[in-house]
Write a protein that binds this ligand. Sequence first.
Ligand code: FAD
Length: 640
Amino acid sequence: MSNSRDHELGMDRPITRRDFLNGIAIGVGTLAAGSMLGGCGTQSSLESFRVPDPAEAYPPAAVGMRGSPAGSFEAAHALRDGTFWQNAGSPERVDDTYDLIVVGAGISGLAAAYFFRKQMGPSARILILDNHDDFGGHAMRKEFQVGKRMLLGYGAQSIESPSRYSATAKGLLVDLGIDTQKFYHYYDQKLYSSMKLGSGVFFDRETFGEDRLVAGFGSIPHKDFFAKAPLSDAARRDLVRIYTSKTDYLAELTPERKRATLDKISYADFLTKIAKCTPEVLPFFQTRSHDLFGVGIEAVSALAVYEAGDDYGYGYPGLDAVLGASGERGAGKTDPYIFHFPDGNASIARLLVRSMIPGAVPGNTMEDVVTAQADYSRLDRDQSPVRIRLSSTAVRVRHAGDANSAREVEVAYLRHGKLYQVRGRCCVLACYNSMIPFLCPELPSSQKEALAYGVKTPLIYTHVATQNWTSFQKLGVFQIAAPGSYHVYAGLDFPVSIGDYKFPSHPEEPMVVFMVRTPCQPGLSEREQHRIGRVELYDVSFETMERKIRDQLARMLGGGGFDPARDIAGITVGRWAHGYAYEYNPLFDPDFAEDQLPHVIGRKTFGRIAIANSDAGAVAYADVAIDQAFRAVQELTQHS
Ligand SMILES: Cc1cc2nc3c(=O)[nH]c(=O)nc-3n(C[C@H](O)[C@H](O)[C@H](O)COP(=O)(O)OP(=O)(O)OC[C@H]3O[C@@H](n4cnc5c(N)ncnc54)[C@H](O)[C@@H]3O)c2cc1C
């Protein structure tokens, strides 16, 4: 891209866009080299695996590349590559023996600590390790300061369908003071429609021949909407048909046969082979499934998308007539999509920390947690029975002796380039399943194989702080699906005001724009696509991402007066190379018997080591992370 285009996009503008490498803020352009760090030869080279210390910076306010930033994953990759322990030396023993050590400070790890403490009493000594500079795992908080205004962004987005949570997960929310009914009041479900803002689709020139934003999806008749789209007549005709027709394309089958058929056919094939649409409609739908599944419509089953629906309301037309009306958000979803704290599920993580470490997250209510500033210096103090040690990658977990008779577990971890070892009476691994075989080589090989089966979905949640949102208002949209673009969705933040946090409800106010990208490679199995997508995520520099973000927003919103050089105040890219837990895909995975499912074999408690995390439930939601934490703790406490 030319320098003058870079200038127009504002690549030279002084927004905050630090990237951290070895604990030092570095300029744009050097990250690519930094992200290639790997390998480990000597004790001193452990120094290169350094994550910034939360005491050096307030982590939620860090911008630029977040999620898995440089420095957070290199030690784990060296462990995977078998190079970590070469000349690494012996770890230094620290701290008295803990009652429980938890690896992973995501919702599952924090919930495991919570349940253990509830059962064993408040004096139980618990250490929680996490490789990131912040706690929460995927549920990570992002803060922007635009002028005098603090704006929030998120990692994990919302409490999804809380009425379907288990009694355990519901009970935890209640214990933490979360009353989900209050979101009916806090979430302004009418704001955007009252301003006549609806859904748009951005057709990009690379995919559709020209750049064109068409507003009014779902609010004007489909015939009028598609008439404005740069599509062939055949595609327009079939799109109008599939969105409006009530034809049951599988009328000859019983309900059971319909479900069985749709379970084994992709939505792309449903459109072209069963509903007989021209393949020219496919680019319009191709990336619709990215946000929830991490792959395109050629790799997700029609039944799965019918049940999951589309949180953004663009839908998967044609299926309701076959299977029965599913509602906008799919047959498997019962509640509206409104259970959203402004920092997403980071509020759950922060409430968990508040409940276990007094003073770490000041306040008492689900309202005041939203604006409370966490005191990171309190997380890991001698006098506290529960300690959270950040920027600490666990590199070895083993029994102190034979797994059947050992009384303790040893956990080695790397922190700021130095190896340490702690001992605990038991351990919960609430990290990623795929990490566990390298972390815990003493596990039986069949269990290690099972743990390695699922491949987490790589994805990017980008947040762009803008000076205002007048361009959206002028264009009549609050969200835009962009099926052929780098980010496949961009939308104004959820209109939620809680406590002192007031949503920017006037277009002249600063706003956070949310964007999603899921790197994948159509044509391969889901697991292969995730593996390839992950490589893309690790290889991309923040500079490249920033340029793509600015270019896309300029092209989509330019008609409304958006100027990326003037209007962008900050960018945070939540790069999650190991994102959602793998959920089995009926198009590619065998029909495992219930007790042969890899995650069921993989999560077996081994001696004093139990396994939590949403991977252990093979479902990528907070309630499953909580349920698995509860199970893991029960298994451990029954054992001892
Ligand atoms: C972008 C995104 C959006 C999502 N949105 C939603 C949503 O809206 N609603 C919902 O319910 N769910 C959502 N999810 C799913 C989310 O994964 C779960 O809800 C839940 O937060 C998972 O918690 P967890 O503790 O199981 O895992 P994680 O959040 O992944 O936490 C595991 C932690 O362990 C750390 N770790 C790994 N290895 C080590 C090691 N060796 N040493 C130390 N630490 C280690 C990891 O870095 C991580 O911090 C989303 C996920 C992503 C990625």
